[in-house]
Design a protein around this ligand. Sequence first.
Ligand code: ZN
Length: 241
Amino acid sequence: MRYALFSDVHSNLEALNAVLEEIQREKPDKILCLGDLIGYGPNPNKCVQRVREVADLVLAGNHDYASLGKANIFNFNYYARMAIEWTIKELSEDSQKYLAALPLMEEIGDFTLVHATPKDPAEWDYIMNLDDALENFGYFKGQLCFVGHSHIPVIIVQTDDNCWATREMEIRIEEGKRYIINIGSVGQPRDLDPRACYGVFDSERKTFQLKRVPYDINLTQEKMRQVGLPEFLIDRLGYGQ
Ligand code: ZN
């Protein structure tokens, strides 16, 4: 099976459509979304609708929860909070109902999918270093766990006596190793590459590839300006930070 995986769309319709065009060209067997459909960007309802149309499985992220009053908004930074408050006013009842029904974590065959951490999906902690990763390797059964949340793509590999991180764009999934793979962000990359990000996992060929897709950043920024979203959030899309 070939799976296309993406996460952290954050109401960025131009980035989402660019990624979905690429994905549709690749014709994967399944399309999986790891959450945070909304927050930060100007098109929450359209993004919810698009993801809903195309994805076979969609998880909830912290911004999805926050927009429903299910995650504490005071844990958010000032700009994220402003964007969530704007999003709450924009979200249709239909979008709210859809987001409210999303699961936090799923297992498919030998891999686990979760927005933040397998250890405690609703705490919205980040896996930011090897210590965080080592702890989390104890909380999923299979060989792989795919996560989003930090918007920084990275592959963390564990063997019996070692653990390391790699930024390779393509890896082979090898026997005797376990992996936590952050698939980056579609709508607000933070690894200094402003292009949208997604992954392709081939469970037969045992490969994982990270892909980058350019999109019309100026158009998204213009839309954000028109609806009065914070300048800081508009600027950061241009730097991928
Ligand atoms: Zn996010």
